[in-house]
Design a protein around this ligand. Structure first.
Ligand SMILES: [Zn+2]
Length: 684
């Protein structure tokens, strides 16, 4: 076993990471051996009879799982970007074993006693702030995961967790199955009038792929969005809207009973662990600290948005009457997207596609790097001859001002069949001081996107949203690679869910400022900068109906918190009706009774935790990023002094300090809601 483990490229963190040497056959034996080794190390910590010290408890705990975390991170990464049937099978085999290992860590009585014993020593009382925070957070984390429960209650907790994991997995699968079970094939093109040519072509291809003639509409996002935004036929819009918003409500695939069960299990779990509700349990280590604070945040923002929201709704109805006469009927839910799109075009006549020519992928990447170099005083250089998982992947070295190495990162821009959708950053290694026997490490991270690849002699040309995505993921990457935190569990992006998007979202701001755009955006043929008028239109078109968009997000946040804090089946009855009554308060039109958004609300119900009682985080982080950006806006977009302050107080700090303290250290005060409202054109 030892012999084989030594040969396994997953067995120990090495640099450069040997991406090209890891195969499916390494996954199961490699990860199993590491779980075994971690188990032995954790036993050893618990059984240690010597005086409890920081080194032989907390630091030993960190080290006990370091290699396993690295190996699993690498396996997850390769599963996302270069999977094969064999690799996926291996991944699926070890995933439940590794999950069981992690949930078992806080339930080890000897380990818990040992941590408690250390917490009572003189050394613990005199720890420096970061190790002290590590101790406190570890104790809290163990408690929140059941360390203090007696054996019966621990069994109950394991049981609840297992049921939650099964039910939430089933929830997600049923959303997928119910979505895929729907299709609407239309023979007569006239019924699809209004749809853009690209949407018609996609519908025709979709029908052809099923061996059918005509146009096939599905419940996949591009198809639904095209119909709801462009189809002139109101009954077609109604049909698609209704099918989409009643997904997973029929027969065997009905998710509503699962929602009720999941909520009950989450409440039971929270109560078992001494919390009043699930929101209090999961927000305890976030900035919000408790569910009520998150609810107050949502309420305060709704209050400030409501007047503009009502004005936008009235304007939309007035626009319809202008088009169709004073007798036209009030707006139905399936009319909102359609008339909004018409109004938007009448006001702005702006085609986002025209902007692509100014955003070749190479220039966008270079632009993001330059912003970081100028602001944070770092250098970025391409690396050749590095092992990678695909030949399109580019590696870079990131250096500090004085030339010292900070880390290595990889960029993987284009789609492939064996790569998953979307864009993301993944931190593979955190450079923290290691035992002297190991070579010093630097940070390792990567980010992925799925932009249009170069084709027909043209470079990859990005739309503005894709440009923002590159800056966003690069912001997460900087948070990882500029970390100076000496404790791995508190380093880089391992911060509260309602804080983690600050470093990423703030970077997006440099994509909407003309002076910043001029440093990198240029027409791929003529080299001309983006015309000022186009930037102006882009911003105004984006802020179109901003209050309505914000209310929609706040509605999701409000229903999420209401379900996880206030809802009582005995008092409030049917869960779907209850959720609808909350959502109705944030909607521009009256929902039919059959509306069942929560039956397909994956954010809340497709993971044991996921974004449950966390949907508010999106807006919360938006408030932080808009507010923090005001310093750059007033003191200079490329002001090194402000950049260095942001690096010092936020990017380098991980979770070494309470995030509110970090924010205050940078801004000199607590966050304000106004800058976000202003950025969206919603300031009074
Ligand atoms: Zn993000």
């Amino acid at each position: 076993m030892t012999q084989r483990l030594a040969e396994n490229p997953l067995s120990t963190p090495t640099q450069p990471v040997p991406f090209d040497r890891i195969a499916a056959e390494h996954v199961v034996p490699g990860v199993r051996a590491l779980v075994e080794a971690s188990n032995a190390d954790l036993d050893a910590i618990g059984n240690d009879q010597s005086t409890a010290t920081y080194d032989n408890t907390l630091l030993a705990l960190e080290r006990a799982t370091e290699k396993l975390e690295y190996a699993m991170g690498l396996v997850e990464h390769l599963e996302s970007v270069a999977t094969t049937p064999e690799f996926r099978a291996a991944y699926n085999t070890i995933l439940p074993e590794v999950s069981a290992f992690w949930s078992g860590v806080p339930l080890r009585p000897a380990l818990w006693q040992r941590l408690l014993a250390f917490s009572k020593t003189a050394e613990a009382r005199e720890l420096a702030p970061t190790p002290k925070r590590f101790l406190d957070k570890t104790l809290d984390d163990f408690r929140r995961h059941g360390a203090e429960l007696d054996e019966d209650k621990k069994r109950e907790l394991r049981d609840v967790d297992q049921q939650l994991s099964q039910l939430t997995t089933r929830f997600a699968q049923q959303v997928l199955d119910a979505s895929n079970a729907f299709e609407l094939v239309i023979d007569d093109e006239a019924e699809l009038s209004g749809l853009p040519a690209s949407a018609l072509a996609a519908a025709r291809d979709s029908a052809a792929s099923k061996g059918k003639a005509g146009y096939r509409l599905t419940l996949q996002a591009p198809s639904v969005t095209a119909v709801l935004s462009y189809a002139d036929n109101a009954s077609l819009r109604k049909r698609i809207w209704s099918a989409y918003n009643q997904r997973a409500t029929e027969g065997e695939l009905d998710n509503r009973p699962l929602v009720r069960e999941i909520l009950a299990l989450r409440r039971r779990k929270a109560n078992l662990l001494g919390f009043a509700n699930f929101a209090d349990l999961v927000t305890q280590d976030r900035m919000a600290k408790d569910g009520k604070t998150a609810q107050e945040f949502v309420a305060a923002l709704s209050e400030r948005t409501r007047a503009a929201f009502e004005r936008e709704t009235a304007e939309l109805f007035a626009f319809r009457r202008e088009l169709e006469g004073p007798e036209s009927s009030p707006l139905a839910p399936w009319d909102v997207g359609y008339y909004s799109e018409k109004l938007r075009r009448s006001l702005y006549d702006f085609d986002e596609e025209e902007l692509r020519a100014f955003f070749p992928a190479e220039r966008v990447l270079g632009g993001a790097f330059d912003v970081a170099k100028q602001l944070f005083g770092i250098q970025i250089e391409p690396l050749t001859d590095m092992p990678v998982w695909n030949r399109d992947v580019q590696a870079y070295r990131i250096l500090d001002d004085d030339g010292s190495a900070l880390g290595v990162f990889y960029v993987d821009l284009y789609p492939r069949e064996n790569k998953r959708d979307g864009a993301w950053m993944h931190g593979l290694l955190n450079a923290v001081p290691s035992p002297a026997t190991e070579p010093p490490q630097t940070h390792v991270a990567l980010f992925c996107s799925n932009a249009n690849p170069p084709a027909g002699g043209k470079p990859s040309l990005m739309n503005h949203r894709e440009v923002e995505t590159i800056f966003h993921e690069f912001g997460h990457l900087l948070h990882h690679c500029l970390s100076k935190v000496p404790v791995r569990s508190l380093a880089g992006t391992r911060v509260a869910q309602d804080f983690v998007e600050l470093p990423s979202q703030i970077m997006e701001n440099w994509c909407s400022e003309k002076t910043a755009l001029d440093t990198f955006a240029a027409h791929y043929e003529t080299g001309a900068p983006v015309p000022a008028m186009m930037v102006d239109r882009l911003i105004r078109a984006r802020n179109f109906r901003a209050a309505s968009a914000q209310m929609r997000q706040l509605g999701f946040a409000a229903v999420d918190l209401a379900l996880h804090i206030d809802y009582s089946p005995e008092r409030d009855g049917d869960v779907n009706a209850y959720a609808n009554s909350v959502l109705q308060g944030y909607a521009p039109t009256k929902f039919p009774e059959s509306y069942a958004l929560i039956a397909s609300f994956n954010h809340l119900f497709s993971h044991s935790v996921g974004y449950a009682a966390g949907y508010y985080s999106y807006k919360w982080a938006e408030v932080l990023d808009a507010d923090a950006f005001t310093r750059f806006k007033s003191e200079g977009l490329f002001n090194r002094r402000v950049g260095v302050a942001f690096r010092e107080h936020v990017l380098s700090q991980g979770d070494a300090e309470d995030p509110m303290q970090l924010f205050k250290a940078f801004m000199g005060r607590e966050p304000r809601l106004e800058p976000m409202m202003e950025r969206q054109g919603l300031a009074p």
